[in-house]
Ligand binder design. Structure first.
Ligand code: SF4
Length: 327
């Protein structure tokens, strides 16, 4: 196992002031467990505000865990001192939705990649240039790209540069937070295919955060669905999206249809906005939006438990009408 996330809790303190008359604790991630194997792509999906990006930030130690552990390559990184964390950093890289935000507009691409190599003492001298050219080639950019500035590239090319900057450090895990959601559909496919190739050739694992089920279905072997800071269903991606057990996974799938005229209509599940994570509902957090809710759902939180080939947190998973099965 490459990465283990165990009982992760992340809390943000919201200061007093409009619209909050007093200080609030927002439990952005409230008890999340999952693991990722070497070379595996693990997806995390859910609506905006479900906590998926906070999980990504916690893995990267960009926010601190209030509780729980994050174990990477056998090392508990949750509270690792900065110096030891820096040693692990090359193996744990990230790709963001907006790669330009992490590139200095005044730094040539070759210099940005070389800087990453030197900071982590991966190579020195002429080896640095060789590594930079090789990484640019791997992501489909010509060697001349090294001499250009970020503004000279399209969105898709900038994302390739972001991937190249991770690659020069030979990562074992890349945490990708909505890496293709700002790109056109045709460019999305190119970047996904590039990541899939690198995953296969270099045995790189991914934690892939997205709100787009189609993208996750294409790229990830296993996926977790998050709702209000918790995982409510997880399993093999295709099996789970073909026959989702949890009403919320059904809802997500029904609003993210895959175009196919032969497919039956999506399951009828009431929609609506998720409640505030500051004051989540008692019992099952999904109950105010769930068409299958009963009395127990309003008082007792369902535990994540084995169901079919995955895990689901729903009191009534066994008794729900079967979800449409897709081939
Ligand atoms: Fe719906 Fe109840 Fe299942 Fe929650 S536990 S998803 S409210 S049926």
């Amino acid at each position: 196992m490459l990465l283990a996330v165990e009982g992760l809790r992340v809390t943000y303190q919201l200061r007093k002031g409009w619209p909050f008359p007093r200080t609030h604790a927002l439990k952005a991630v409230d008890g999340v467990d999952f693991s990722v194997d070497e070379g595996e792509a693990f997806g995390i999906v859910g609506e905006s505000g479900c906590g998926k990006s906070t999980v990504a930030r916690a893995i990267l130690r960009l926010v601190d865990a209030a509780e729980g552990r994050i174990v990477f390559t056998g090392v508990d990184v949750t509270r690792l001192p900065a110096r030891q964390l820096r040693r692990l950093r090359p193996k744990l890289q990230m790709i963001f939705q907006d790669p330009a935000a992490s590139l200095s507009p005044r730094m040539r691409i070759g210099d940005a990649l070389a800087e990453a190599i030197r900071v982590h003492a991966i190579a020195s001298g002429t080896e640095v240039e060789t590594l930079v050219r090789s990484a640019l080639g791997e992501v489909g950019l010509p060697p001349e790209a090294a001499g250009r500035f970020p503004h000279e590239f399209s969105g898709g090319q900038k994302q390739r540069i972001g991937i190249a900057r991770a690659l020069v450090l030979s990562p074992k895990l890349i945490v990708a937070d909505e890496p293709v959601s700002a790109l056109d559909v045709s460019v999305q496919a190119q970047i996904l295919n590039l990541m899939a190739r690198l995953k296969a050739e270099r045995n790189i694992a991914f934690v892939f955060i997205s709100h787009d089920l189609g993208v996750v279905r294409h790229f990830c072997e296993r996926t977790a669905v998050m709702y209000l800071g918790q995982i409510i269903e997880t399993g093999a991606t295709r099996a789970m999206f073909d026959a989702p057990a949890h009403p919320y996974t059904r809802l997500l799938r029904s609003v993210s249809p895959v175009p196919d005229p032969d497919r039956p209509a999506p399951d009828a599940v009431p929609e609506g906005e998720p409640p505030s994570p500051i004051d989540p509902p008692a019992g099952c957090r999904f109950h105010p939006r769930c068409g299958f809710a009963t009395a127990i759902c309003r008082t007792q939180p369902p535990l994540l438990r084995p169901f079919l080939a995955g895990l689901v947190a729903c009191h009534h998973a066994e008794n729900l009408p079967p979800a449409e099965i897709r081939s």
